[in-house]
Unconditional design. Structure first.
Length: 138
């Protein structure tokens, strides 16, 4: 469970109280009792087009779909919608409840691009989350 890991959560707890199947990406490498910060993905582009990579005006990172990858269709990483998981929650979901399944680890260059994109959204992210995501160099 590290920065850049992609997981599938079969009962992802959304901010509105609902839950559902969702891919998410880990943005930080927690130290001690720091939470894991994750962002969810969506393939619902709502008829819009995006540049590959950072799209700060839309607060997303666009990954072009590739057959056979964890993102077989065009996908957005929703950068300003950050979720926290404690280490205990993460381990329990992954090892005990089996609702969190590791899918892949993004290439280190892609992770660096995502973190750099987050840095462009400093005004849209809490100071706590921004610090936890950016305090280590990628």
């Amino acid at each position: 469970m590290a920065r850049g890991d992609v997981y599938l959560h079969s009962a992802f707890p959304f901010h509105d109280g609902a839950s559902g199947k969702k891919l998410f990406v880990v943005l930080n490498d927690p130290v001690n009792d720091e939470p894991y910060l994750v962002i969810k993905t969506t393939s619902n582009l709502r008829g819009k087009s995006f540049e590959t990579g950072c799209n700060p005006r839309s607060r997303v990172f666009f990954i072009q779909g590739k057959a056979g990858s964890v993102f077989p269709i065009d996908t957005l990483l929703q950068l300003s919608d950050i979720y926290e998981f404690s280490g205990t929650e993460f381990l329990k979901g992954h090892m005990v409840e089996k609702v969190i399944e590791h899918k892949t680890t993004l290439h280190h260059e892609t992770v660096a691009q995502i973190i750099n994109c987050v840095k462009k959204l400093k005004e849209d992210i809490s100071i706590k989350h921004f610090t936890l995501i950016t305090h280590k160099t990628v």
